[in-house]
Design a protein around this ligand. Structure first.
Ligand code: GLU
Length: 504
């Protein structure tokens, strides 16, 4: 059977890049094995629902170039794919577990539970609702069937809890970690269903994975503690469990703990694919897209945080990643995020793109800075500065003078280069440059060099002063190439202005 995998985020806020990596590994696994990759929105916890989060998730995957085969926004034969729209499905499953002796109704009020907690605390213990305490609580195991019926009929608040068998080893077979064994005595009777008519994550997740015929559950390590319950639930329902793979954590750059939502803006890199503004607090967090990353670079970088192809290949397109992906090359230990590496990937991907491919990105940058320009001019500029770009947004800093003439001139460079009579010298140089119709970079270069030699001028001073007039600072690409791109007439205008400004 072809694998079916899912990405199952809860729409509680923007998607962390750890979540993006989880989705990516699911996608790579599905595509490698002719499988299906679906998006299920797990929104049963109404208290944590955040407006706009689902739309954000969909937009993020569109930007990243990770398409879903089925799910929210796509459709498919196993829908609906939003758990809140599946509400009616879960209750009969929870009730079936009660009938079969795998679960029970619990009516304990918050006050009763609190009293138990305090009592345990006074004995320096922690209260756990489990095989040892459940018989001292208010539930369908301790009440008579009549009392239970009466309470349910009356509409008393209840939850349905899972009933772990006592002292039983639960075996979780994990494709990354091997076999994980935990004794049921350590586990508490988790709530599966609440009287508000909503299942908890555990019940909905298992029922849906079963109904949607999920074959592999690939998810973050933070879900490993839930896996024993999930394994037991499959057993209780008499269903075959999918295979599990719990991915290693994404760590902070120093390796000290999980990469958190707050780390990004604190350490100078985004932890979210797209910029996000919290609808309640109005607080904005940066995104990879807005920070000038290319989606291909983000994908490549994330793919290698916790997985490797088994050789030292680093630059990998989506297709190459798909072809080389396998779960057995996912590492067990956490992967440290590295800003330098992210930057390196982005730089490399920018170099791989043609000026034409980069045009839409750069047009956005120009727009943000309020300038427009001719496309072929823009592409010439891109070719000239591309190798200096780590991020798309660096374009403005590296190339602004191609679009707006300088109005100031770096005083230090002026002092160092612009010696007496420089205005006169540059006038001669400019006349030489203007004498070629059309402009010829090589001929102009040779003529200027000859002039400098014949007049025993200081080459560095002359060329850098001309550069100062064009750029406003001592930087930029090769001078005669740059003159060709900017155009002789514009260079003439800039020179006249510089002479006037500097020499007065
Ligand atoms: N809704 C869970 C989450 O937000 C899904 C975990 C799982 O994949 O089972 O990550």
């Amino acid at each position: 059977m072809n694998p079916r995998v899912r990405f199952a985020p809860s729409p509680t806020g923007p998607l962390h890049i750890g979540g993006v990596r989880t989705a990516l590994y699911n996608y790579l696994f599905a595509k490698k094995n002719n499988g299906t990759f679906l998006l299920r929105i797990e929104d049963t916890d109404q208290t944590r629902f955040v407006e706009g989060a689902e739309q954000y998730i969909i937009e993020a995957f569109q930007w990243l170039g990770i398409p879903f085969d089925e799910g929210v926004g796509v459709g498919g034969d196993f829908g609906p794919y939003r758990q809140s729209e599946r509400k009616a499905i879960y209750k009969p499953y929870a009730e079936q577990l009660v009938v079969d002796g795998w679960a029970y109704y619990a009516f304990d009020t918050p006050e009763m539970l609190d009293a138990k907690r305090k009592e345990a605390e006074s004995q320096k213990k922690t209260f756990q609702y489990d095989a040892y305490t459940r018989m001292g609580m208010c539930n369908s195991l301790t009440l008579t069937p009549e009392e239970v019926q009466e309470r349910l009929a009356r509409g008393d608040a209840f939850v349905i809890r899972f009933k772990y068998p006592e002292d039983t080893d639960v075996h979780v077979l994990d494709l990354i970690r091997g076999e994980v064994v935990i004794n049921s005595n350590l586990l508490d009777d988790k709530v599966l269903y609440k009287s508000d008519g909503m299942p908890t994550y555990h019940l909905a997740n298992i029922v849906d994975d079963h109904l949607m015929q999920i074959t592999h559950v690939i998810r973050g390590e933070e879900w490993l503690p839930s896996a024993p319950l999930h394994v037991m639930l499959y057993k209780a329902f008499g269903w075959e469990a999918p295979q599990f793979a719990h991915l290693p954590l994404l760590l902070k750059p120093d390796g000290n703990g999980k990469l958190s939502k707050r780390d990004g803006d604190r350490l100078g890199f985004p932890v979210f694919p797209l910029q996000w503004t919290d609808p309640k607090s109005g607080e904005t967090s940066s995104g990879y897209r807005e920070s000038g990353y290319l989606p291909e670079a983000v994908i490549n970088m994330l793919a290698l945080l916790g997985w490797n192809p088994g050789n030292d290949q680093e630059m990998m397109s989506m297709q190459t990643l798909i072809d080389s992906f396998s779960i057995d090359k996912i590492s067990k230990s956490g992967a440290k995020f590295s800003l330098d590496k992210a930057k390196w990937f982005n730089h490399e991907y920018i170099q791989q793109k043609t000026a034409q491919e980069l045009t839409p990105y750069m047009l956005d940058v120009l727009k943000e800075n309020g300038v427009g320009c001719d496309i072929s001019y823009l592409q010439n500029v891109i070719n000239l500065v591309k190798d200096r770009l780590n991020f798309v947004n660096d374009f403005w800093e590296q190339a602004n003078y191609f679009f707006v003439a300088p109005t100031t001139y770096d005083p230090q460079a002026v002092k160092k280069r612009w010696k007496e009579n420089m205005g006169q010298t540059l006038e001669k140089v400019m006349t030489l440059i203007e004498s070629f119709h059309p402009y010829d970079m090589q001929l102009a270069h040779d003529a200027v060099m000859q002039y400098i030699a014949d007049n025993e001028l200081n080459m560095g001073q002359v060329l850098n002063s001309l550069r100062l007039a064009i750029v406003g600072a001592a930087r930029g690409p090769e001078l005669f190439t740059m003159i060709g791109v900017i155009g002789v007439q514009e260079v003439r205008n800039r020179l006249d202005k510089a002479v006037q400004t500097i020499e007065g």
